[in-house]
Design a protein around this ligand. Structure first.
Ligand code: ZN
Length: 288
């Protein structure tokens, strides 16, 4: 009998929020939606009858090794809600060839040597994304902040943890999305191991700096710098925003950022104009 309708998105989100964006038993961010009431009996999707379980705990429940009563207890007091951060997930990165996509911009490095670093994105001298090889092992590092400079997601030597005090965090297959509100994506990452990580869209935030990452553009709101695609290859540092500018081979650097006295509304208008100008230019080039 496979005519069960899908769980509506609004209900899924409410379940994620209530469960702290992870398995209610162990906190793992890789989870499935589980009906605590037998579907065959209730045949309905009700938010308070659904919980999150990781694959292991889901399997244990199905096999009768995890009583539903235990699940209900955990559902009333989810692991991540108690701790405030998710359980860590070890990402499987390996090899020596790495790529970081920021929208459609690409920062790439071949043949990363043992003991050396590749830092595709730096803000105010702080590596936001970094790869290094240690004893033949590729390690990914990544940090993201919210507008108030609070760390919301961290990947430290390939171990990912997030702050569960967010409006919404959704992990589906390779994509992890953090939302600030309905339709407002703060950060969307796509993991493509062994060597690729994509910052698909969102906002890079740090110390009053904002870099908007769109589908096919980058935009620094503070100084109204609009970029199509940037591409660097084998630069130890790909893109640096703010100060100090790191020493060594920096691909693209934006310095002297206007942090406080900038007009966000005017900047957004400028961005819309840049995007529509570019569309017009590409249309006229095509028709010529
Ligand atoms: Zn679990």
């Amino acid at each position: 009998m496979n005519n069960r309708p899908p769980i509506p998105n609004e209900i899924k989100r409410a379940v994620r929020q209530r469960c702290g964006f992870g398995c209610v038993i162990c906190g793992l961010p890789l989870y499935e939606y589980e009906h605590m009431e037998e579907w065959a009996i209730v045949q309905r999707h009700k938010e308070d009858e659904i919980t999150l379980l990781c694959r292991m705990h889901h399997g244990m429940k199905t096999d009768g090794l995890l009583p539903v009563e235990e699940v209900r207890i955990a559902n009333n007091d989810p692991y991540n809600k108690k701790v405030g951060v998710s359980k860590n997930v070890l990402m499987s990165y390996s090899g020596q060839d790495v790529s970081f996509y920021l929208g459609t911009s690409l920062f790439k490095l071949h043949g990363l040597q043992d003991g050396s670093f590749f830092t595709p994105l730096v803000v105010d001298g702080l590596p936001m994304v970094g790869f290094r090889v240690e004893q033949g092992k590729l390690l990914l590092n990544f940090i993201a902040f919210d507008e108030s400079n609070k760390l919301i997601l961290k990947i430290e030597d390939s171990e990912l943890v997030y702050d569960t005090n967010q409006w919404d965090i959704e992990w589906i297959a390779q994509s992890l999305t953090i939302r600030e509100g309905k339709g407002k994506i703060l950060l969307q990452l796509k993991f493509d191991p062994p060597g690729i990580i994509r910052f698909v869209k969102g906002r890079v935030l740090r110390n009053g700096i904002e870099l908007l990452v769109g589908k096919d553009y980058l935009f620094n709101t503070n100084n109204r710098n609009f970029f199509g695609s940037i591409h660097t290859e084998n630069c130890g540092i790909g893109f640096s925003i703010g100060d100090p500018i790191p020493n060594g081979g920096v691909g693209v650097a934006l310095s002297n950022i206007n942090r406080y006295q900038f007009d966000r509304t005017e900047a957004r208008k400028f961005l819309r104009k840049s995007l529509s100008d570019r569309r017009l230019t590409s249309q006229s080039t095509r028709t010529q």
